[in-house]
Design a protein around this ligand. Sequence first.
Ligand code: CP3
Length: 350
Amino acid sequence: MTGTPQGERTMLRVLEGEAIGPPPAWMMRQAGRYLPEYRATRAEAGSFLDLCYSPDFAVEVTLQPIRRFGFDAAILFADILLVPDALGQGVRFIGGDGPRLDAVRWDADLARLNAAATRPKFARVFETVARVRQDLPRETALIGFCGAPWTVATYMVGGQGSADQADARLWAYRDAAGFQRLIDLLEDVSVDYLSGQIEAGADVVQIFDSWAGSLPDEQFRRWVIEPTRRMVVRLKERHPAVPIIGFPRGAGVQARSYAAETGVDGVSCDTAMPLEFVARELSGHTVVQGNLDPLLLVTGGQALEGRVGEILAALSPKPFIFNLGHGIVPATPPENVARLVELVRTGAQR
Ligand code: CP3
């Protein structure tokens, strides 16, 4: 382990394969409803999509958790569903009900989607990236992101979030060639979207495959590993130096083949991945990120301290980025997040 010279982005050094102590830390959904300043900006912006597409507001909410907690990385404020929205599929966020989309169910529905239509909306996101990069402290990395084709497709086909992603899985079984066309479209658009974010100033990109865990064997290979692998090849052609993190949530033992075959530089591990498995099967082969249970940030106290200590002991001897196993939940007291950052920075010694 080595120390950190002033002004260096530790997250990038770790993604080059260096173990750094204390490890860099950021949190999925670090900007969001648990922060009063987010709720205030959100109310001012009007709708959630207006917040995402207005650089003034999106820059502000991206920076809020950095000011408050001094994380080692900022993540662009946006959403994985901006891609279907920009493609022309109606996307709405109504109340606290989660997203609603005009479902795409058949090959014929794909005609409604238009890759060229994404440009003006993506341009606003790229402006946010450029402005955030200018305003961030030099040592803070900026993460761009998109949803993986499979996960975005589950929302596009289901028309909303679902517990089992049945609509997308059924389409994939019944008409693999038609479903492949949707995946290919998402792959093309997402490569351009991430490239634009990188060109605007993102230092790292993360591909969120939140529903990777619903697919077995060949389905996992075809709809999770293959589209991600092709995206990585194409992004590396354009931007060889920019690291890519994948988040195959729920992949379980399939995380091994995901890490080995997609070409991602780092794998973000979800809450349920046993530390012993991660340490033995992933650490040292890829850069590991994760995986504190976000609910421990709601409770805080000794349960939080104990688990942070276990994660650091198991994973931080190898190249490691501290994070949660899924996003921060709205009920999280901000002071527990501050305590977590302190625990990681002091090695969780009590
Ligand atoms: O992490 C960050 O701080 C950056 C911003 C970010 C958001 N969504 C903001 C958001 C990121 C990286 C995402 C990713 C995202 N969005 C994923 C992948 C990660 C995961 O959570 O599994 C998924 C599946 C989505 C889709 C999505 N967006 C859903 C299902 C919902 C509704 C559920 C909820 O938490 O409200 C959203 C809305 C959303 N995205 C909010 C935020 C801050 C809350 C909206 C609000 O303020 O009203």
